[in-house]
Design a protein. Sequence first.
Length: 107
Amino acid sequence: MNKELEPGSEYNKYDTDGDGVVTDAELATTERLQALELQNEKADAQKTMCWFALWGMLLYPSGIVITSFLKLDSAATILGDIASVYFISVSGLIAAFFGFQSFNGKK
């Protein structure tokens, strides 16, 4: 005996063949598609984070130059002092991202 969906049911979206019955195979396919979508969203978020970090590394020195140009010498000194820690931490973040991407690509 097959169980059929009510009209307007929230599970109608899982009925891929349109027969009014959601089978185990349809649910499994939907689950796999959702897992792939989540992986894609995660990869996009990581890629965005990596690009943001790279742009930060490129723009950081311009912040020092701008503060020096605006005669904010103490700000330029503070930014210069922080630069070593900033570049090491951001480069570590980017290296970890590319390392994990490489490791996952080999699986």
